[in-house]
Design a protein around this ligand. Structure first.
Ligand code: NAP
Length: 343
């Protein structure tokens, strides 16, 4: 069976996903697209030579009899509406992060999915599909370094165009929030935010960097540096310290050069290059499981946990205090998903 997909939002990542589904992946085709910028949607259909209809709005895409499954890549504040409509229509939906812009919105999606009675929602946390993170998880899961005790992380990006307010915590850090609880099979109980000396190279009024300290239910302590104007590259670091050893996230492969009296390797600067393979694997696995009527990627519950944790980080930054992270009981409904962590 070829999965017929409708895409809502043909901006940057929407176009990337359309291209990879059309040119790189197998088992699916784009049959419907929409964007508030209709001219852009038409241009994408033409440029990519798609056999797809351009619909007036996202709801028409979701309702179309041609569409088996939906991809939501529109502006964040529209995600909740389109995910809820997909659930109401009984259609599998892959939603780029954020699942919704508020924890309450994520909870409404969780409630709707549970009431519908079948898991339909996957959230675009692609780091779980990165080969390096998967290799690191294998080491942790197979107790190669004993029980994990501490994790040291860094999320560095060269610049943060368009960032305002707390976007480092609410837009960049969510990838760390998701991948670390997945990596450790654990959940968070508190957050604290430390504000180091500010770089002069961030936009006016923007705090950068941040250090976020998270504690998990098992007592693992995680420190993450989030530095979104670091200038030199897009650099994601993660080291798990266990009882008997340490394990580091592998560096992306790069040629080691000896030249001009220097020993050097390149550092990537674009997040798209760093995670390009992960996006391919993420969507191929989503297509494969959706065709089988299954859903085993990051769930709506995972999207909700991320939103609650990000809110706690913002509060911790504002108050300077250690903020407890409390979640309602996870519905048993989500126990079926392989992506879930034990709570
Ligand atoms: P973008 O380039 O601004 O694209 C979003 C598109 O959605 C724009 O074309 C926008 O049109 C359109 N849109 C807005 N409201 C809409 C509506 N009601 N119906 C249909 N289309 C609508 O942004 P992007 O970079 O692609 O990001 C899209 C989403 O993906 C964001 O939530 C972002 O956080 C997420 N994302 C995730 C990752 C990841 O690593 N997983 C990476 C990049 C982006 P206008 O421009 O005319 O408003």
């Amino acid at each position: 069976m070829i999965l017929k997909i409708g895409v809502i939002g043909t901006g940057a990542i929407g176009q990337d996903h359309i291209r990879r589904i059309t040119n790189t992946l197998s088992g699916a085709e784009i049959v419907a697209v929409t964007d508030v910028n209709a001219a852009q949607a038409h241009a994408v259909v033409e440029r990519e030579n798609l056999n797809a209809k351009v619909y007036e709005n996202g709801h028409d895409v979701i309702q179309s009899a041609e569409v088996d499954a939906v991809i939501v890549t529109s502006w964040g504040p529209t995600h909740e509406e389109f995910v809820l409509a997909s659930i109401a229509a009984g259609k599998p939906v892959f939603c780029e992060k954020p699942l919704a812009t508020t924890a309450e919105g994520c909870k409404r999606i969780v409630d709707a999915e549970v009431a519908y009675g079948k898991q339909l929602v996957q959230v675009g946390f692609m780091r779980r599909y990165d080969k390096g993170y998967r290799a690191l998880k294998k080491v942790v899961d197979n107790s190669k370094i004993g029980e994990p005790l501490m994790v040291h992380c860094a999320h560095r990006a060269p610049a943060a165009p368009g960032f305002s307010g707390d976007m480092a915590l609410t837009d960049s850090f969510p990838h760390e929030i998701d991948v670390l609880r997945w990596l450790l099979n654990d959940d968070y109980v508190s957050a604290q935010v430390i504000l180091p000396r500010n770089t002069r190279l961030a936009d006016k009024g923007l705090q950068d960097p941040h250090i976020v300290l998270l504690e998990t239910k098992q007592g693992i302590r995680i420190d993450t540096e989030i530095f979104v104007n670091c200038q030199y590259g897009y650099d994601i670091q993660c080291q798990v310290v266990g009882e008997t050893g340490t394990a580091n996230l592998p560096e992306p492969s790069s040629v080691l050069m000896r030249s001009e009296a220097k020993l050097s390797t390149e550092i990537l600067v674009d997040w798209k290059d760093r995670f390009i393979e992960s996006y391919d694997i993420e969507l191929q696995e989503w297509i494969n499981s959706t065709v089988k009527g299954e859903m085993d990627g990051p769930s709506a519950w995972d999207g909700y946990v991320v939103a609650v944790t990000a809110d706690a980080c913002v509060k911790a930054k504002e108050t300077g205090e250690v903020v407890p992270i409390t979640m309602p009981e996870r519905p048993e409904f989500y126990d079926k998903s392989k992506s879930l962590v034990n709570s």
